[in-house]
Design a protein around this ligand. Structure first.
Ligand code: SF4
Ligand code: SF4
Length: 323
């Protein structure tokens, strides 16, 4: 599911960059939160309540920050990044400043036309990650956007027909969608897309509705076993590591005790250029005053980025990348 913009010779180049960033203890992945504004209405996130006037303080360019960190992977996120009409300029500027990097755009997809996607693709986006928690209108209700799931399934083939060949669903595993995980994977496979799972957390705004209760842990274990079995037979569709999927029931049972390495492997830069360890922590300093983070005793979440940062490098991971 990696973009065809990349060729096999890129692999050693990326591996060398990964080794360098690891050696100098700089983040491999930088998330640029280009805006905190959002026009969805998710119950588990308060970003949509961001005052529209915050637009005035959003950085026009992330080039200097990108050049400073020079990461291997860059994510444009929010809020809803496609609300920024100048997103193409931001992406193109960063792309020119950091040549060896893989850029992803995370979006709810409601405003993503095939033409906008192509224009972002041409500006330098290598992968689109579209949020999708249900295949049907339960997704629309959860995000507060009528017709959203149908719109997503309409736009994907149109994006692909314009040459956008790397699309993934970002799916949050929660109490209400355990029955949807395998159907989403199968639909993704049918469409030539990938799926990246994250575990639900109430650490964003305290909403406990999506937490998986004790009575459903057996069901969760069964579905994660099914995901792993599918993944072993179909590398390249589910993009999490085997390790991440295996740990989800442990997280839900409250058994995770490993320190969180967010802030070391990954960081978030907010719309004003301030850095935070992870999306749910407050900012610590401006990027121009960056100080390296240490591991922290926190298990408030098990987002994919947190889980993957502590995943060991196994043969299965190499098989995933090669697929
Ligand atoms: S989860 Fe994403 S789509 Fe939903 S309100 Fe927050 S930023 Fe918007
Ligand atoms: S576990 Fe890590 S990523 Fe999650 S909230 Fe705590 S510090 Fe942030």
């Amino acid at each position: 599911m990696l973009s065809s913009k990349f060729r096999p010779w890129h692999v050693p180049v990326f591996l060398a960059k990964y080794a360098y960033l690891t050696a100098v203890r700089m983040p491999v992945l930088v998330h640029f939160e280009v805006t905190l504004r959002c026009n969805a209405r998710c119950g588990f996130c308060d970003y949509w309540k961001t005052d529209p006037s915050s637009r005035a303080t959003e950085l026009k360019s992330f080039v200097d920050a990108a050049r400073f960190f020079s990461p291997m992977m860059i994510t444009y996120t929010g809020g809803e990044p496609t609300l920024r009409r100048d997103l193409e300029d931001i992406v193109a500027g960063v792309n020119a400043a950091v040549r060896v990097q893989y850029s992803t755009l995370i979006t709810h997809g409601a405003m993503l036309t095939a033409e906008r996607a192509k224009s972002l693709w041409d500006a330098g986006i290598h992968q689109f990650n579209i949020s999708l928690d249900f295949l049907d209108d339960r997704h629309d209700a959860a995000r507060g956007i009528p017709g959203l799931s149908a719109k997503i399934f309409d736009v994907i083939p149109m994006m692909q027909s314009l040459g956008v060949d790397s699309i993934r669903f970002n799916t949050v595993i929660k109490d209400s969608n355990l029955d949807q995980l395998m159907p989403i994977v199968l639909r993704a496979k049918e469409l030539g897309c990938g799926v990246n799972f994250s575990s639900y957390t109430d650490s964003k705004n305290g909403n406990r509705e999506g937490l998986i209760g004790e009575t459903r842990i057996a069901e969760l274990e069964a579905v994660t076993a099914e995901l792993l079995s599918f993944k072993k037979r179909n590398r390249g569709v589910i993009t999490n590591s085997d390790y991440y999927i295996e740990q989800i029931p442990r997280y839900v049972r409250g058994e995770l005790s490993e320190p969180c390495r967010s802030g070391m492997r990954t960081i978030h830069v907010d719309p004003t250029g301030h850095v935070k360890r992870c999306p749910d922590f407050k900012t610590d300093f401006h990027w121009t005053a960056f100080r390296k983070y240490e591991p922290i005793e926190c298990s408030a979440c098990f987002y994919a980025c947190r889980g993957e940062a502590q995943a060991p490098l196994r043969l299965s991971r190499i098989r995933d990348v090669m697929a």
